[in-house]
Design a protein around this ligand. Structure first.
Ligand code: ADE
Length: 243
């Protein structure tokens, strides 16, 4: 799978060569391109922004450099992802949808955003996703793109080791869709007088699975009642109903 990012701050993206993503790139499962938007700004100062029509604070990104850049980087198979606080919420389900695409192009806005005609134009050309990573405002789209690239990449087949399954993750489509995962433990069995729950040391896979699911329900009820309210009754098993 190929990712291209267009930004005025290419240096934000050095983490792409680290850790899980770097290893997946070395294996040839993922490839990354990071492009400086100013390479498509042809005036002496390589200007990418201007004052907003209608007045108001801040600056808006000019359409021309974006048009030149996107014409060069997009292909007919690409999906264009534009991070913006006014976008559709980026969720695990959206990450799963994007992971099936062969090519994602991310357009990082800064300042007050990108001239709206850019998205209007490219909606006629490719699939465009305007996405928000949460109800807060960042200084630009770069950090949101890192979040999305990492969430999408780990769903690409082969990127995680065989032993790691994404189906038990918090929010995973299916049985975990509206649940967060419960607590996890490792050795030693006692630390500062706190014991690992006995069931996890029992070797009884059925009981362990039951305990994990119960804990996921408890944690979701305590910390994310909004998620529990959306729980599909069809996703419950007989024991869940008795909790
Ligand atoms: N750009 C600025 N804030 C953002 C957010 N919350 N999500 C995505 N992109 C953004």
């Amino acid at each position: 799978m190929r990712f291209d990012v267009i930004t005025i701050f290419p240096e934000y993206f050095s983490p792409l060569s680290a850790s899980l993503l770097g290893k997946a790139a070395d294996k040839g499962l993922l490839s990354f391109g990071v492009h400086d938007l100013r390479d498509w700004a042809y005036d002496r100062h390589r200007t990418v922004d201007d004052t907003p029509y209608g007045g108001g604070p801040g600056m808006v990104m000019k359409p021309a450099p974006w048009g030149e850049a996107l014409d060069d980087v997009l292909t007919p198979e690409s999906r264009l992802v534009v991070p913006t606080p006014s976008g559709r919420p980026f969720t695990q389900a959206v990450a799963g949808e994007l992971a099936s695409a062969p090519h994602l192009v991310f357009a990082c806005g800064r300042y007050e955003g990108i001239d709206s005609r850019v998205m209007a134009h490219y909606r006629d050309v490719v699939e465009v996703h305007e996405l928000s990573i949460g109800d807060y405002v960042l200084a630009g789209g770069e950090v949101a793109v890192l979040v999305m690239v990492e969430a999408v990449s780990r769903l690409v087949p082969g990127v995680l080791g065989n032993a790691e399954s994404v189906s038990d993750d918090s929010f995973a489509p299916g049985r975990m869709e509206t649940l967060v995962e419960g607590p996890v433990y490792t050795k030693p069995p006692v630390w500062r007088d706190r014991e690992v729950p006995a069931v996890l040391k029992s070797g009884h896979h059925g009981k362990i699975a039951r305990w994990r699911r119960d804990e996921a329900f408890r944690r979701t009820a305590a910390l994310r009642p909004d998620l529990l309210a959306r729980l599909d009754p069809k996703a419950l098993d007989k024991h869940d109903r008795r909790l």
